[in-house]
Design a protein around this ligand. Structure first.
Ligand SMILES: Cc1ncc(COP(=O)(O)O)c(C=O)c1O
Length: 411
């Protein structure tokens, strides 16, 4: 893989685009971001025409791989008739009905565009319902880049006053944020007793921090404590939703939140997110809670949502994903060899965890940096954090080739 065209493209992009890539986290790619000309199924092609097996999958949305023809034809059909209309259209409720059918606690939803936005909407609903302002989140979990939740981003931040996750963020909003520790039941009990909370916001599998599954007691404890203290339980299912199971973490672990936030996989590669949950919470938008957005529920994205939901309603999709993911864990995980770390896995979401080390949102460092760059040069595109997203388009042949290349690299 030459990578030369991507290096030159990155140099050029930096002269017109701040940081040279559309999202800050992408700048952590090594040796530099790959510039893609075409993407199909489980593969991307760079500007030189070299092909890569893609384990980035756009950072989560592409459960069906790139360019699923069923999603594309639904989008093309609608795009000819309308693009954005700023008033009601039938796909608003057709797509909503399809989403609600998949989500165990789905009574009503609100459309928005990104996960970051939808998290803010969910917290606003919780504050309006409880008349309280504080929110409990867990150290290291990422809930979007907004000032109110992009804080407490390191392991040590649990049970400490929240620190902004980056420069330029307002510290004053962090008075509303309480930081717990994932899977720490005693600390969670204490924090819920000490603070008058509006919401507990949890990514049920720490999908940006090691893909750590919840202890069986943890989610049940959150549910019980929220009921006892009158707190709204919000699952951030932006990554887990429609990926670890059709009904996300609520289905997989059998504990239902009051609200869930979905994004990424919901729209099969197009831009749409939603807050889904109890009708009495969501319906507050008719009683003074502001929820707005020019591009909310745009027909193009909702055609993609409806088509994606229809495809994901087939249980064999998740059986196939599970088979591919278990194969990846066994073969590629096996190729790491002793002492070189391992992959944590929940469904088709995996993350490399160094031996005795921790993962990082911006990059996991250590041996992973060597793997990241060495595998890219052999035609395999991974994420700097060591996260791996699989899709129905990945095959056993892709996995075998990946394991072989990794073994060669580490030897
Ligand atoms: C768990 C989680 N929540 C929220 C977000 C924010 O979503 P978006 O990037 O669409 O704003 C992300 C993005 O990666 C995420 O992983």
């Amino acid at each position: 893989m030459a990578l030369e065209s991507s290096r030159l493209a990155f140099e050029r992009a930096r002269r017109s685009v701040g940081g040279g890539v559309g999202s800050g986290l992408r700048a952590a790619m090594r040796p530099h971001p790959l510039f893609v000309r075409e993407a199909r199924g489980a593969h991307v092609w760079d500007l030189d025409g070299d092909r890569y097996v893609d384990y980035v999958m756009a950072w989560g949305p592409l459960v069906l791989g790139h360019g699923d023809p069923r999603v594309l034809s639904a989008v093309a059909e609608v795009a000819k008739r309308m693009q954005v209309v700023g008033t009601g259209h039938a796909l608003e409720y057709l797509a909503a009905e399809a989403v609600l059918e998949a989500v165990p606690h789905g009574e009503r939803l609100l459309w928005s565009n990104t996960g970051t936005e939808a998290v803010q909407v969910a917290l606003r609903l919780a504050r309006a319902a409880t008349g309280r302002r504080r929110v409990l989140k867990f150290a290291k979990s990422y809930h979007g880049w907004h000032d109110t939740v992009h804080a407490g981003m390191s392991e040590e931040d649990g049970d400490r006053p929240a620190e902004p996750g980056g420069r330029g963020q307002s510290p004053s909003v962090l008075d509303d944020l309480v930081i717990g520790r994932f899977n720490d039941v005693p600390l969670t009990e204490r924090l819920l007793g000490e603070h008058d909370l509006a919401a507990v916001l949890v990514d049920p599998v720490m999908s940006n921090a090691g893909v750590e599954a919840p202890d069986p007691a943890f989610l049940a404890t959150l549910r019980n404590l929220c009921d006892r203290h009158g707190v709204v339980l919000v699952y951030d299912e932006v990554i887990t939703g429609f990926r670890i199971a059709r009904g996300g973490a609520a289905e997989k672990y059998g504990v239902r939140p009051d609200l869930s936030v979905f994004g990424k996989a919901m729209a099969g590669g197009f831009t749409q997110s939603a807050v889904v949950g109890r009708a009495e919470l969501v319906d507050q938008v008719t009683a003074g809670v502001v929820h707005a957005g020019t591009f909310n529920a745009n027909p193009i994205a909702l055609a993609a949502v409806e088509a994606t939901m229809r495809i994901l309603a087939d249980a064999t999709v998740y059986e196939a994903l599970e088979k591919t993911s278990a194969e990846f864990e066994a073969l590629v995980g096996g190729a790491l060899g002793p002492g070189s770390g391992s992959f944590n896995r929940v469904g088709s979401l995996l993350q490399y965890v160094p031996a005795g080390g921790a993962t990082g949102l911006h990059g996991t460092g250590g041996l992973w940096t060597v793997i990241l760059e060495g595998m890219l040069r052999q035609g395999f595109l991974f994420l700097p954090s060591g996260k791996v997203f699989l899709s129905t388009a990945h095959t056993t042949a892709d996995t075998e080739a990946t394991a072989e290349a990794l073994e060669k690299l580490l030897r």
